[in-house]
Design a binder for this molecule. Structure first.
Ligand SMILES: *[C@@H]1O[C@H](CO)[C@@H](O)[C@H](O)[C@H]1NC(C)=O
Ligand SMILES: *[C@@H]1O[C@H](CO)[C@@H](O)[C@H](O)[C@H]1NC(C)=O
Ligand SMILES: *[C@@H]1O[C@H](CO)[C@@H](O)[C@H](O)[C@H]1NC(C)=O
Length: 570
């Protein structure tokens, strides 16, 4: 598409955006017309050529199992999947690949059909024939490129992730793919493969980064070899393609980067290094389910900050390149973890990649049509597995902070991780409700522990047990002071007039903010405080305060007429 057409469709896009703010935020009729940004780092932020923050909001798309083809192509045309990824609000895909696809010519030159035939996946072949006839007789490496190109056409950036050496499900301590020197992990071959892939995609502008190696692990892992080989890998990728981000995984299944506290990387280049970390519920076994959620959240968050989160303070971007939950919503361990996880991703405004897009695998661990319970798509890739999940992550798909975002002054939003929504007001007279974080009010948590609507005299007030929280103009009362309590520090607690301690909560069906007795402050492991967990998130993203009718004469008149101020002052 030419430049003029591009400008025009950009213009159209903004017009559409202004008519439908609900669907804005990252989706819309954008095609690959801007070209893709060349990314680099500015302290802990990933930025484009103009210095403006680009937040990676990615989804993992698996392409490293035995068939060596991006999953789902037997179910749907690649262009429809790529388009849907954009529609779901992701701007990027972490596309996995097995090392041997790049280093073993007898594998890369196999056609897709041959690869599936050798595994006896006849049903998938029929599906590929129907849905992706142009891909089925391409070689595996051409097919990989076709997927990247289709993502480019849909304005989706790509991170090439070397997930494993020998094609197959990852990861275990005993799969011989875990660390440098393992049977299938020859460092020289690995450097070779990284160089090949970086070169192969050096003219593909939507490829914006490479993850050097997924989840280093196993009995051979050690810090010295980590520095030795990761530095070599980083240099190799950078010299093959100096434009892209070089993304480095930690030890112990990419949960531990703590060694960087004491020893820095020694590289010939700057401005391109990003670290990645993985964090699931099962990373800590069944701790979430067996412990008290406030205590577990407090303890695990401080671990994660010590092992990886500290990097943002050191001036490196941190990319949570794998996280996710069972979509059915019945895994208690996952559910408790996820509320806590979301608060950290919002608070630190991290870049991330969800596991996973995949509804089912062609062939995984010996089973064809393996169902992926963590997948966004359902088994047959026709519908979303859980329609409410995308809503939950949509708030963190856009940046809250970072260079070049907007002119908005620093403020806070009150984020509610279990819904993915934020506290906002529609009208002065309406109760406070949860709603999209894009339309959130700007709040300010003051030294006096009040929560003021920024730029006004109004503050949040606890009224009665089980009743809606209010907006008040008298902000010295104890019922307008909010402490962040419990080990999770995510309960916003106040005292109502009769002295009862209450916590901010959400009425399930209406999403109205109410105050209730605080949940789970004891050591119980059977309770779930999720509805009372809030996070104050620093933001400079634009807000809706100016649209609210605080100062209009008519609105004040209406309020007087409705007796609202008397109500307020009582
Ligand atoms: C390449 O892959 C084929 C098929 O898996 C295997 O038989 C062969 O040994 C591999 N070659 C090298 C050099 O690793
Ligand atoms: C990339 O483009 C340059 C300049 O057009 C060309 O010389 C080079 O061969 C291309 N590389 C690949 C891998 O296509
Ligand atoms: C989607 O997830 C929610 C919250 O975890 C859960 O309550 C709901 O039952 C799930 N829906 C489906 C269709 O699995």
């Amino acid at each position: 598409m030419g430049k003029i057409q591009c400008l025009f469709s950009t213009f159209l896009f903004y017009i559409l955006l202004s008519f439908s703010p609900e669907t804005g935020r990252g989706s819309g009729p954008m095609k690959a017309c801007w070209g893709h940004p060349v990314l680099s780092t500015d302290s802990r932020w990933i930025v484009d050529e103009t210095g403006r923050r680009v937040k990676l909001a990615c989804v993992n798309w698996v392409s490293h199992l035995e068939p060596m083809l991006a999953e789902g192509l037997s179910r749907k045309p690649v262009s429809l999947i790529a388009n849907r990824i954009r529609e779901m609000g992701f701007n990027c895909v972490r596309l996995t690949w097995p090392l041997f696809l790049a280093t073993n010519d007898s594998l890369s030159s196999l056609t897709v059909r041959q690869s599936f035939q050798s595994l006896g996946l006849l049903e998938s072949i029929a599906g590929l024939q129907t849905n992706n006839p142009s891909i089925i007789d391409q070689t595996l490496i051409e097919a990989y490129k076709a997927v990247v190109d289709s993502l480019a056409e849909n304005n989706v950036m790509v991170i090439l992730d070397n997930h494993i050496s020998k094609p197959g499900w990852c990861c275990s301590n005993f799969d011989d793919n875990g660390f440098f020197g393992d049977k299938y992990f020859n460092p020289d071959l690995w450097i070779n493969g990284l160089t090949k892939m970086a070169t192969l995609f050096s003219n593909t502008s939507n490829v914006v980064g490479m993850s050097l190696r997924n989840e280093l692990r196993g009995h051979k892992q050690n810090v010295n070899d980590w520095y030795k080989y990761m530095q070599k890998g980083a240099e190799a990728v950078h010299s093959a393609n100096p434009n892209i981000l070089v993304i480095l995984s930690g030890l112990s299944y990419d949960t531990d980067l703590s060694f960087l506290q004491h020893r820095t990387l020694d590289l010939s280049f700057t401005g391109k290094v990003v670290f990645e970390v993985h964090w699931y519920g099962f990373t800590d076994g069944t701790a979430w389910k067996s412990g008290n959620p406030n205590q577990v959240c407090g303890r695990i968050v401080s671990n994660v900050k010590r092992k990886a989160g500290f990097l943002v303070d050191k001036g490196y971007p941190l990319f949570v390149s794998e996280f996710g939950i069972e979509q059915k919503g019945t895994n208690v361990n996952d559910n408790r973890y996820f509320n806590c996880f979301m608060s950290v991703v919002a608070e630190l405004d991290l870049d991330w990649a969800l596991w996973t897009l995949v509804g089912s695998y062609y062939f995984r661990e010996g089973i064809s049509g393996f169902d992926e319970t963590y997948g966004l798509y359902n088994w047959n890739w026709c519908e979303d597995r859980n329609s409410t999940f995308l809503q939950r992550i949509s708030a963190v798909q856009s940046p809250f902070q970072g260079p070049g975002l907007s002119n908005e002054r620093p403020h806070q939003v009150i984020f509610h991780p279990s819904t993915g929504l934020c506290v906002l007001r529609k009208l002065l007279t309406d109760p406070l409700k949860l709603g999209s974080c894009t339309g959130s009010d700007a709040w300010e948590y003051t030294n006096q522990k009040t929560l003021i609507v920024k730029g006004t005299y109004f503050c949040l007030k606890a009224d009665k047990l089980g009743k809606p929280a209010k907006i008040s103009i008298l902000c010295t009362d104890k019922s307008t002071k909010w402490e962040m309590i419990s080990d999770s520090k995510m309960h916003l607690s106040s005292r109502i007039d009769d002295g009862t301690t209450v916590c901010l909560d959400v009425e399930p069906d209406t999403n109205i903010l109410i105050t209730n007795r605080c949940k789970c402050l004891s050591k119980s492991n059977t309770c779930d405080p999720g509805s009372q967990w809030f996070k104050l998130v620093n933001s400079t993203a634009s807000t809706c305060n100016e649209k609210l009718p605080f100062l209009s004469v008519k609105s004040i008149f209406d309020l007087l007429k409705n007796g609202w101020f008397e109500n307020l002052l009582m």
